[in-house]
Design a protein around this ligand. Structure first.
Ligand code: FES
Ligand code: FES
Length: 163
């Protein structure tokens, strides 16, 4: 058994787990944060994306012990003061989801993407950077629209890019 200590959504947490435990299982089963989903656990679908020290990662691809000492943000940590994060609000507004299974991963990937590009996001870049997130329902069009809209909202960029 190994001891894992993390800061998750701003809160210090710790727990024992097997050395082979994946970060996503630690988050879901030890911490009860089930907004992070498991769609494949072979690094293909992106439903498990969280932020580790500010960067989006597939939490099925990282051992919990490897993440020990880091700061993790999950989908549950995005909303603040009862308000949806702008990316969550944009997914809602632009109907960027149907069944919702892929949505936590899509949103976490989008938040990181928007922050890395500092407002300079275009449709082609969004589509390329969403390559690691699979959605079986929406056809992606409204997801891309939502990401561009949130980018415009957060950076005051060209809103027409999202329309
Ligand atoms: S569960 Fe991690 S990529 Fe599918
Ligand atoms: S909304 Fe169903 S998998 Fe994306």
């Amino acid at each position: 058994m190994a001891k894992v200590k993390l800061t998750v959504n701003g809160r210090a947490v710790s727990g024992d787990c097997e050395e082979r435990t994946l970060l996503v299982h630690f988050i879901r089963e030890k911490l009860g944060l089930t907004g992070t989903h498991v769609g494949c656990d072979t690094t293909q679908c992106g439903t498990c994306v969280v932020h580790m020290d500010g960067k989006s990662v597939k939490s099925c691809t990282i051992l919990a012990v490897q993440a020990s000492g880091s700061s993790v943000t999950t989908i549950e940590g995005l909303a603040a003061n009862g308000e949806l994060h702008p990316v969550q609000a944009a997914f809602k507004e632009h109907h960027g989801l149907q069944c919702g299974f892929c949505t936590p991963g899509m949103v976490m990937t989008a938040v990181d993407m928007i922050s890395r590009h500092g407002g300079q996001l275009d449709e082609q870049t969004v589509r390329k950077e969403l390559e690691g997130n699979i959605c079986r329902c929406t056809g992606y069009h409204n997801i891309v629209k939502a990401v561009l809209s949130a980018n415009a909202e957060m950076h005051g960029g060209a809103k027409q890019a999202a329309e």
